[in-house]
Design a binder for this molecule. Structure first.
Ligand SMILES: NC(=O)c1ccc[n+]([C@@H]2O[C@H](COP(=O)([O-])OP(=O)(O)OC[C@H]3O[C@@H](n4cnc5c(N)ncnc54)[C@H](O)[C@@H]3O)[C@@H](O)[C@H]2O)c1
Length: 474
């Protein structure tokens, strides 16, 4: 369903009317129009700053250069010596920050290495970097801050300062969302520095257009991330449940866009729609109900015998059966628990036994409903929170096999499911987000594809919210 209010406010008349009435004017987000490219930031200026010794400066310079960006610096900032030393070591050229009047040369992204933040006083270095530049962040611009995880920071003062960055990012994202710009924080665990290039490309490019205000932890990867940034899923077999329509169909198409051979699963009554969806990119359909008693074994056997095993598993199929608990019949409880939660665990048990290749990456679709909770969704909220706990619990097992498991928690997404909502709650769901609008299925698909790919080699056991920083559960 299209967002008519957003379309209206983008017209000249709509813009001036909404301005006159003081109504919100949600930005038109710039989303990726093509697959991953070897140089996603080609020709773009990225302003780099750092606090203190800037432990990541060299890695950042190399990754930015390889992604096609031109790195800009400002003479007056504290961490300049560390960036210059990293430039000398890596041979990556630095440009002085463009004159603010020169829009064409201005930076489109701002990256701050905060690994040197040692306590409350040094947070001032982040302020000095960002505050004078707020007005220079362009529409759809990107801000990315990198720190050590609070637990790795070393002492209580540094730990507290690292935690403070989370609050900064959450608040700053709310300030810049109205121009479609995003701010996110990567917490780089010890041993994860060399796996930074993938997350950097994702969070600085249009592939992450609907993700803002989030903190994502990176840990030492269980397998070499490699540096295949173009068609990173070529040769991989991916299975997606609930692939006939909505978010699942977008996930299947996006995994195929990056080179995967896709096996889509949906209920027998959706076989026609499933075939239609998959035929657009040469995918294979498996019509079965994931809650059927024989489903786990059928999926595992089919994947093994017909495709040689799966490299990517996306548990997307999900349902809602909303009722206040006092009115909820037991079958509504059981049905939601079984589709959204029980089936995932049973299928994974079968796959861990056979049908899953070494290095496999799994992604489960959760929901911000599992974070904030909604009246009438005790069943749904339980399953979606359960999924987040499950990925944390299974992460070590997947890492032992050289793989990973993560979750994506969508916010309000424009699908057949949300089109059914009454107008009032639907408008609230859309506008109560820093980006002022609902997401599209492609936004979830982009996040899933990133997590399913070697670009996210350092991400395991995490939940990434893709919600435009929806204020619900923020
Ligand atoms: N749309 C949103 O705003 C939103 C927000 C948060 C989370 N989610 C989650 O995203 C996922 C996809 O949601 P959607 O909006 O695309 O829903 P949808 O209803 O449009 O699509 C779900 C698909 O899953 C399939 N499915 C349902 N039960 C199945 C079963 N037993 N076996 C096999 N397939 C089954 C359906 O046939 C359908 O094709 C769900 O897990 C949902 O909870 C959606």
């Amino acid at each position: 369903m299209s967002d008519r209010y957003l379309d209206f406010t983008q017209s000249a008349f709509g813009k001036s009317l909404s301005g006159l009435l003081g109504l919100p004017t949600p930005p038109r987000l710039k989303r990726a129009e093509a697959a991953y490219s070897a140089r996603p930031l080609d020709g773009r200026g990225v302003m780099l700053g750092c606090s203190g010794r800037g432990e990541l400066a060299a890695v950042l310079l190399t990754a930015l250069k390889e992604s096609g960006a031109t790195v800009q610096i400002a003479a007056s900032l504290v961490g300049l010596a560390a960036i210059k030393a990293a430039s000398a070591a890596t041979g990556v050229a630095l440009k002085t920050e463009a004159n603010p009047e020169d829009r064409a040369a201005a930076a489109s992204a701002f990256v701050f290495d905060a690994t040197g933040v040692a306590g409350p006083a040094s947070l001032r270095e982040l302020y000095d970097f960002m505050q004078p530049r707020v007005g220079r962040i362009p529409a759809n611009g990107r801000v990315l801050i990198l720190s050590r995880a609070p637990a790795d920071a070393g002492n209580p003062s540094a730990t507290a300062a690292a935690a403070a960055l989370r609050g900064f990012v959450r608040s700053f994202a709310k300030e810049i969302g109205k121009k479609g710009a995003t701010a996110n924080l990567l917490e780089v665990g010890l041993g994860a520095d060399d796996a930074l290039a993938g997350p950097l490309r994702f969070f600085l490019s249009e592939h992450s257009a609907y993700i803002t205000g989030q903190t994502l932890g990176l840990t030492a990867p269980s397998a070499d991330p490699g540096n295949q940034f173009f068609a990173p899923l070529s040769g991989k077999v991916a299975v997606v449940t609930g692939a006939a329509r909505g978010i699942g169909a977008a996930i299947a198409a996006t995994l195929a866009r990056e080179g995967a051979k896709v096996v889509g699963i949906d209920r027998p009554q959706e076989e026609g729609a499933l075939g239609e969806t998959l035929s657009a990119f040469g995918g294979y359909g498996l019509a079965l109900d994931i809650t059927a008693a024989d489903a786990p074994q059928r999926i595992a056997s089919e994947l093994l015998s017909r495709f040689g095993g799966a490299d990517i598993v996306v548990h997307n199929a999900g349902i809602t059966r909303d009722k206040m608990l006092k009115n909820m019949a037991p079958h509504l409880w059981d049905m939601v628990l079984d589709v959204n939660f029980g089936a995932i665990l049973r299928i994974n048990d079968a796959l861990l036994n056979e049908g899953l290749n070494d290095g496999a990456r799994m992604v489960c679709i959760s929901s911000i409903g599992g974070i904030a909770g909604n009246a009438g969704q005790t069943n749904y909220g339980a399953t979606k929170a359960g999924v987040m706990g499950y990925v944390e619990a299974l992460a070590a097992t997947m890492a032992k096999r050289g793989g990973a498991i993560n979750a994506v928690a969508p916010g309000f997404i424009e699908t057949a499911m949300t089109a059914q909502m009454p107008t009032g709650p639907r408008e609230v769901g859309r506008r109560l987000a820093s980006l002022g609008q609902g997401g599209l299925p492609i936004d979830i698909a982009e996040a899933v594809t990133f997590l399913a790919s070697p670009l996210a080699a350092a991400v395991n056991g995490r939940t990434l919210r893709v919600c435009g920083q929806n204020f619900v559960g923020a």
